[in-house]
Ligand binder design. Structure first.
Ligand code: SF4
Ligand code: SF4
Length: 303
């Protein structure tokens, strides 16, 4: 039985491809983008998330924890968590009436995910929607992903793959024929800057992108607009030229940076380096869209 690690299934998603979609979030990502909107998808393992604003300091979680991973700090007004001691048993989550604690991530079977997808089949059918596999980086679990894509195809469900494209050629060649649409992230084109920001080279990523397009697979490029990081003219021009080399009227979606990323990092006690970055204004997004449209590209600003 093929299993995989996911951290969520969202029904009625309208920003992850055509129509109304079910988005399945697969856990694990080899990149470290400082602006990551889904830090709960980075680790391939379950993690304990804590929202101190919800916590009423009742102490129930500390009492039930079998490993001593939790301790109350009345002076700091929060629960202290020792990640290394946590066995992810979920007892604290179950006892917390404030829903301040949550173990993010669970191992699940292909059949369980397919059952959740099929519950949304009416909205898929009414809207010409389908399923989007996102993350994390879904290509990190190629066998699980392939089984899910095959399960959807056998049921006539449209699939999209939201990906950074960071994977071996073998993985790409195995997955590409199974996905109906690629939502392919392009962050920065200059490889040195890409490595500085994400800790990985984009050489293989761009080779994978070109190969997928060469196979006639439908691709929408998705560009995260992060002020001061990805929105300088040099990068925008490089993205425009890359997109135009794929198709003269390549579809490019702009994904505005959102401040929610900071709070998500906080819940997981991850350092967040972009606290001072503000989301781009609507005017700035329109300006970038107009710039890219001058290259003949079909640009859309994501909601
Ligand atoms: S059980 Fe929940 S509300 Fe009570 S101390 Fe623990 S995290 Fe806070
Ligand atoms: S998940 Fe289990 S081991 Fe981890 S902190 Fe909660 S009760 Fe303790």
């Amino acid at each position: 039985m093929t299993t995989g690690m996911i951290f969520g299934i969202q029904s009625r998603s309208i920003h992850d491809g055509p129509g109304v979609r079910t988005t399945v979030y697969l856990k694990g990502c080899p990149m470290s983008c400082p602006w990551c909107h889904s830090p709960e998808g980075i680790s391939p393992h379950p993690e304990l998330a804590y929202q101190d604003r919800r916590c009423v300091l009742c102490g129930d979680c500390e009492s039930v924890c079998p490993t001593g991973a939790l301790s109350m700090s009345k002076t700091k007004g929060l629960v202290l968590i020792e990640n290394d001691l946590c066995s992810r048993c979920r007892r604290c989550q179950d006892v917390c009436l404030s829903r301040a604690l949550e173990v993010v991530g669970r191992e699940t079977t292909v059949e369980q995910v397919m059952a959740a997808i099929e519950r949304d089949s009416i909205s898929h059918g009414q809207s010409s929607g389908g399923v989007t596999f996102s993350g994390g980086e879904p290509l990190q679990q190629p066998d699980f992903l392939a089984a899910l894509l095959q399960g959807c195809r056998s049921r006539g469900i449209h699939t999209a793959l939201d990906t950074s494209g960071y994977a071996s050629p073998e993985v790409i060649e195995g997955i590409a024929p199974l996905a109906d649409l690629f939502l392919f992230d392009v962050k920065v084109v200059d490889d040195r800057r890409h490595q500085e920001l994400t800790r990985v080279s984009n050489g293989q990523i761009l080779a994978n992108l070109r190969w997928i397009v060469s196979q006639g697979r439908p691709v929408i490029l998705r560009v995260p607009v992060i002020p001061g990081i990805s929105d300088d003219e040099e990068n925008l021009r490089a993205i425009a030229e890359l997109a135009r080399s794929l198709h003269p009227h390549q579809r490019v979606d702009l994904l505005p940076y959102r401040a929610i990323a900071a709070e998500k990092h906080r819940r997981l006690r991850r350092e967040y380096l972009l606290s001072n970055v503000q989301p781009p204004s609507r005017g700035r997004l329109s300006q970038i869209a107009a710039y890219l449209e001058e290259f003949g590209l079909a640009v859309k600003i994501a909601g």
